[in-house]
Write a protein that binds this ligand. Structure first.
Ligand code: SAH
Ligand code: SF4
Ligand code: F3S
Length: 435
């Protein structure tokens, strides 16, 4: 195999993977490779994988099969959480050239060079956060950018692979993050979303995430700050207060609860109760009454009874989320819940529960969207719409807003919301907001 000239990075899974995918692309570009939009034409395809549910993992193997179809033989690098979880098993199961874990991808150029000599190469080491110092500087980004501030998880929810694929909780240093945020703004970002598997567990000495948010608030040219994903146990009063005090911090909080029954939460090892979770939301709403709340749910966790599932529905009725993600429980090898085979819920039961939950969540999402009709807000333009002159941006509450405007991508437009659907809003541009 010869050295690749063109590359294509395909990311699956969470936003942290999207961030890692961007960093790997920058790394390849710094090596002199050219980006290719077409995975079927690139010499090197990096599959940046997700292991969170079984379906996510199976996608990888079918994608490798597709890339190898018609006798094409690109170099294939498997990165991300499947790489970490399955390691050499991937090389045994499929024809791939490189396997690189999420904490080792700064070594990708060397691994690619080794693979070009013939044998498959693998690196799934987990040095604490070494990669960030070894990556090239940020150059060009869109109006919205991700910034990973924290990685890993110490919570060990019994269903979840993340503590195994991403390792222990580690925070990047305050100064390096402020520098990277400034570089992102210089490169075109107007909104930064701080990322971490437990982003609100971020700390540097006695500084918590709210201190980092305050520092970013002072960066000229940055208009909006968001963060995700938070864990209820790390939701400090300081961070809650930031939603009242920091102007650029957007009124949106993704705070997964997973289930509404205390027995299930305990079996999940969630270390918060239904009540303690609801009390946090009360404090958040007191600090920022218009905040949009978001969450994640798992239905059909081993042993979940009908009555326990009803408690999830009643929690959802109580909170009235602006948007949510919900999943059927998927047993993951190596996790404690995957051992509870005697208590597995039949798929038909889980599917029916998921349908009922999603019907409720969708109704609330529509109601939340409808409640914004008549309001005025800033919309950050992110991309062109389908029709000429139509642009699509985001409201402060993370809703997609479609509008006719001559404003360009990256501009902030003052908009009146005039219509609402389940997944987006319609707006009318007022005057352009002052930059
Ligand atoms: N760190 C975040 C998100 C982790 S993964 C948190 O603590 O909430 C994103 C979501 O995937 C989780 O919130 C959970 O709802 C879902 N998830 C994780 N493992 C799962 C599994 N084995 N089966 C189904 N859904 C799962
Ligand atoms: Fe997974 Fe739980 Fe950690 Fe979230 S907090 S990443 S669900 S173990
Ligand atoms: Fe998936 Fe890994 Fe993210 S398992 S959700 S890519 S942390």
């Amino acid at each position: 195999m010869t050295d690749p000239k063109t590359y294509h990075v395909k990311s699956y899974g969470c936003q942290m993977n999207v961030y890692d995918g961007e960093r790997m692309a920058e790394l390849m570009a710094a090596q002199g490779l050219t980006a290719s939009d077409d995975p079927n034409a690139a010499d090197l395809v990096v599959l940046n994988t997700c292991h969170i549910r079984e379906k996510a993992t199976e996608k990888v193997y079918s994608e490798i099969g597709r890339l190898r179809k018609d006798g094409r033989a690109p170099m294939i690098a498997v990165a991300g959480c499947v790489a970490q979880a399955e390691g050499e098993e991937i090389i045994r199961r499929a024809k791939v050239d490189v396997v690189v874990g999420p904490q080792a991808y700064h070594n990708l150029p060397q691994l690619v060079a080794d693979a070009a000599k013939g044998a498959a190469s693998l690196d799934t080491d987990m040095p604490a956060i070494a990669k960030f110092g070894a990556l090239p500087a940020r150059r060009k980004v869109g109006p919205t950018a991700f910034l990973t501030v924290q990685e890993g998880c110490d919570k060990f929810c019994t269903y979840c692979v993340v503590p195994y694929t991403r390792g222990a909780e580690v925070s990047r240093g305050f100064d390096a993050l402020v520098d990277e945020a400034k570089a992102l703004v210089d490169a075109g970002a107007r909104e930064i979303t701080l990322l971490g598997q437990n982003v609100n567990a971020w700390s540097d000495g006695d500084r918590g995430l709210e201190h980092l948010i305050v520092a970013l608030d002072e960066i000229a040219g940055l208009e909006r700050i968001r963060y995700t994903t938070s864990h209820p146990n790390d939701m400090t009063q300081g961070l809650i207060d930031a939603h009242r005090d920091v102007e650029k911090l957007m009124p949106f909080l993704h705070l997964p609860v997973q289930a509404g029954s205390d027995r299930v939460l305990k079996a999940m090892n969630r270390s918060h109760s239904r009540d303690s979770y609801l009390r946090i939301l009360e404090r958040v709403r007191a600090a920022r009454p218009d905040i949009a709340l978001s969450g994640d749910f798992i239905v059909g966790f081993p042993g979940e009874t009908d009555a326990e599932f009803e408690e999830t529905l009643s929690l959802v009725e109580q909170v009235r989320y602006a948007q949510c993600f919900s999943f059927k429980y998927s047993p993951r090898p190596g996790t404690p819940a995957a051992e509870m085979v005697d208590d597995f819920i039949p798929d038909e039961v889980a599917s029916e529960r998921l349908q009922r939950l999603q019907a409720a969540l969708n109704a609330h999402q529509l109601a939340f969207n409808e409640a914004t009709v008549g309001k005025s807000c800033d919309v950050l333009i992110e991309r062109k719409g389908r029709h000429a002159g139509q642009m699509i941006g985001k409201s402060p509450w993370l809703q997609s807003v479609h509008l006719e405007t001559d404003a360009q991508v990256g501009e902030m437009v003052a908009v009146e919301i005039v219509s609402a659907g389940p997944n987006s809003l319609g707006g009318v541009a007022r005057v352009k907001a002052a930059a």
